[in-house]
Design a protein around this ligand. Structure first.
Ligand SMILES: C[S@@+](CC[C@H](N)C(=O)[O-])C[C@H]1O[C@@H](n2cnc3c(N)ncnc32)[C@H](O)[C@@H]1O
Length: 299
């Protein structure tokens, strides 16, 4: 029997009251509570261990359709909210994990590449098609930083090249490099979900483990990879890109190409300085406030 659906109750609060309001809503029978920005205040790049929160927060609580919400609406402690609760909204039941699928369509990237969801037919069967299902990992190509990297790989990859994708997420960049002709790729990620997703996506694209090795950082043979890569691509964030500079530089062959993304345009100059003099980076392109840096190590 299908589920009758849910009721969604939205409350406005401020940062100091979020936790108490969440606890109170769970005590009233909420099955899930999510937080949203209530004042268009972007939170960019938290430091390690930080979980920042907006000043003005919308707290959205999900209740079973059968729960009488009138006592909840009238019983919310007044000191925890900024405005009276609005009427609850009905939310039909759906396959939550897969709801995003409706918004993920085949996308053309660069000159030759298409990213195609695994559940749709590629629109151009003769193009370089990457078949992808992100699972719980980052990297569908819809994010500007991934799109910037794909455009750059489309320009840089030559037959037989050795490519390292540092922070591989879904494996999208390594798989793209291989489909563009690279001979071998390695994917590294510190999120176990990314390792699973990358391996599954490699299989979807008929790429075997001998051609694409994927590992957690602790399992990588770093000495074996030293100065081995024609291209190192890392789409992470400016903070980790600073910390990883010695490692990323050491992976490049003399004259190898470094591609860095995940940084905002105003973070580029500091990273260029961080990677000099071994690698001479410059901004290759910008998209929606994000920049991509490319450059070669000394020959
Ligand atoms: C923005 S996603 C990029 C995913 C994919 N390469 C793309 O371009 O769409 C960054 C990935 O880097 C991983 N990551 C972050 N810091 C890392 C680190 N220090 N070492 C390895 N992976 C890291 C994250 O788990 C995440 O999967």
């Amino acid at each position: 029997m299908s589920h009758p659906g849910w009721q969604e109750l939205t409350l406005e609060t401020s940062q100091p009251h979020v936790e108490a309001l969440e606890d109170w809503l769970f005590a009233q029978g909420a099955v899930a509570v999510t937080l949203e920005d209530n004042a268009d205040e972007p939170l960019l790049e938290p430091g390690p261990g930080e979980t920042p929160l907006w000043q003005q927060v919308k707290v959205v609580a999900l209740f079973d359709e059968g729960v009488n919400l009138q006592p909840v609406i009238h019983g919310v402690p007044a000191d925890l909210i900024e405005a009276p609760a609005s009427a609850p909204a009905h939310v039909p039941d759906q396959d939550w994990e897969r709801a995003w699928m409706d918004n993920f369509h085949p996308m053309r990237m660069g000159e030759r590449l298409w990213i195609c969801p695994s559940w749709q037919e590629p629109p151009e069967p003769d193009a370089v098609n990457i078949i992808l299902d992100p699972g719980l990992a980052f990297g569908t190509g819809t994010h500007p930083t991934t799109a910037l990297c794909l455009g750059e790989l489309d320009k840089q990859v030559k037959p037989g090249m050795r490519v390292i994708d540092f922070g591989c997420g879904t494996g999208i960049l390594a798989i793209a490099a291989l489909k563009l002709g690279a001979g071998h790729a390695w994917g590294v990620d510190n999120d176990p979900q990314a390792i699973i997703a990358s391996r599954q996506n490699a299989e979807r694209n008929q790429i075997g483990a001998a051609q694409f090795g994927v590992s957690l950082p602790d399992d990588v043979d770093w000495a074996g990879l030293n100065q081995s890569a024609d291209i190192v691509v890392a789409n992470i964030l400016a903070g980790p890109l600073h910390l990883l500079a010695p490692q990323l530089k050491s992976l490049l062959k003399p004259g190898g190409q470094l591609i860095l993304a995940g940084l905002l345009a105003d973070q580029a100059a500091d990273l260029v300085a961080e990677y000099a003099p071994e690698v001479t980076l410059s901004v290759a392109c910008e998209k929606e406030g994000w920049a991509i840096l490319t450059g070669r190590s000394a020959p």
